[in-house]
Design a protein around this ligand. Structure first.
Ligand SMILES: *Cc1c(COP(=O)(O)O)cnc(C)c1O
Length: 424
């Protein structure tokens, strides 16, 4: 009998309960396409017609998104290309809940409209402590845009020449402030800016003084900068972009600024990212003087920059729930990392060597801070295969070897990592 005649009809294959379930998860179109592709293979004689359903199932993605899961073995804690901070299981649960209909802007007790995302905003203020005002926008770039537009439109913002930073993928501070309608006034020099430089520049047109954390580079040598406490004596409000999003001091990163310390030193406002060292979803945190925060919240641009309910839910869970993965990775002790590395190497068949490594926080903060770590070493040629499989595994190539750094791998992914290595 002709092989083509034995190929089952698409509808018959689609009735396979596993494909019916897949259609519920992924949509019928996608499943039908996978069956059609498998049928084409069978017609070409490259697939047994009896294996149509199995082949279609294997070709289907795990979820209805083109995004692929990646195990971050780069040793870079906050990896922008991998979506920065991974969310905690508690935050993921919160997102799942918020994805349905929720009281994001409603008081269920009196049935009236309520301030948007108030539980997340309250949790943020409480985490910093004191009578601090809080507001959350789409990201830190949006926070700075709102500050510039609402508080410095058509007026001057003083910034040190040593802090005119570019963060990556389009974030250039001077261009952003100008786009928001503020005028930038540069003070000091690249390596040294003194309080007197700011003091000389302050005038009737000064709307605010902006201090920016150089979060992805370090100035060393003959350098000087004016601290927030000194700047706060000059008169105009001091806005401190701390970048990383630490709300309180982190003992492991003593040089990294945090919101509480900066506000106590006299900053009128602090801006930060939510998806760096805070370990939460992408968002921009605005903290400080309740009156200034109120002005930001009322500005027309606030509506364009507001967060969605998923972000609000994830942020609140990050602030109030268990330790987020970024914090766990930062604090993981070396002996534990070594034990995990050895267990993964054993489960993988013992081929990868366990070696010392150095992890970093990443563009999200703490430039120049080395975090001692442990890695699995493989031939550099293994990189492409690991990167393109499922789940994708991304390491870093150094000294002709591929290093898979355990500090940035979620312990829950150790088994999947070992399985990928064993299958090489
Ligand atoms: C990361 C960073 C930004 C940009 O923050 P996004 O949340 O990515 O918009 C701005 N300023 C500093 C100091 C940063 O570190």
């Amino acid at each position: 009998m002709d092989r083509r005649r034995r190929i089952p009809r698409t509808d018959t294959v689609l009735a396979d309960p596993r494909l019916v379930a897949a259609a519920v998860r992924l949509g019928r179109h996608r499943v039908k396409d996978a069956v059609a592709a498998a049928a084409a293979l069978a017609r070409a004689g490259r697939l047994d017609p009896g294996d149509l359903a199995d082949a279609a199932l294997a070709a289907l993605p795990p979820a209805a998104t083109g995004l692929r899961a990646v195990i971050n073995a780069t040793g870079v804690l906050v990896h922008t290309n991998l979506g920065r901070a991974p969310l905690s299981p508690a935050a993921l649960d919160a997102v799942r809940l918020a994805g349905r209909t929720v009281d994001i802007e409603l008081d269920l007790v009196d049935g009236r409209r309520a301030p948007r995302a108030r539980t997340a905003v309250d949790a943020l203020a409480a985490a910093v402590g004191g009578a601090v005002g809080a507001h959350v926008v789409n990201n830190n770039a949006a926070a700075l845009t709102l500050v510039a537009a609402a508080l410095a439109g058509g007026r001057e913002i003083l910034v040190s020449r040593g802090e005119l930073v570019e963060i990556g993928d389009g974030f250039r501070l001077p261009a952003l402030l100008a786009a928001a309608g503020a005028r930038l006034r540069e003070v000091g020099t690249t390596n040294r800016t003194h309080l007197a430089d700011y003091a000389e520049a302050v005038g009737p047109d000064t709307a605010l003084i902006l201090k920016v954390h150089p979060s992805n580079f370090r100035l060393t040598g003959f350098v000087a900068e004016a601290p927030v406490a000194a700047l706060a004596t000059l008169g105009p409000p001091v806005v401190h972009d701390i970048g990383s999003g630490l709300l309180v001091p982190e003992p492991l990163l003593p040089d990294e600024p945090d919101a509480r310390t900066s506000l106590r030193a006299g900053a009128a406002l602090v801006t930060a990212s939510g998806d760096k060292l805070l370990g939460g979803p992408q968002c921009g945190l605005l903290l400080g003087d309740p009156e200034l925060v109120g002005a930001l919240r009322r500005h027309p641009l606030a509506r364009a920059l507001r967060i969605d309910k998923l972000t609000a839910a994830a942020l609140e869970a990050t602030l109030t729930g268990p330790e987020p993965p970024v914090t766990a990775a930062l604090r993981a002790d070396l002996a534990g990392l070594r034990r995990r590395a050895e267990a993964v190497a054993r489960a993988a068949g013992g081929a990868p060597a366990v070696v010392d490594s150095t992890a970093t926080v990443g563009g999200g903060g703490a430039p120049g801070v080395d975090l001692p770590s442990v890695a699995l070493a493989l031939p550099a040629a293994a990189a492409a295969g690991l990167r393109t499989g499922t789940p994708a595994v991304l390491g870093r190539v150094a000294g002709g070897r591929l290093l898979l750094d355990l500090r940035t791998v979620d312990p829950a992914d150790d088994a999947a990592l070992a399985a990928r290595l064993a299958a090489r």
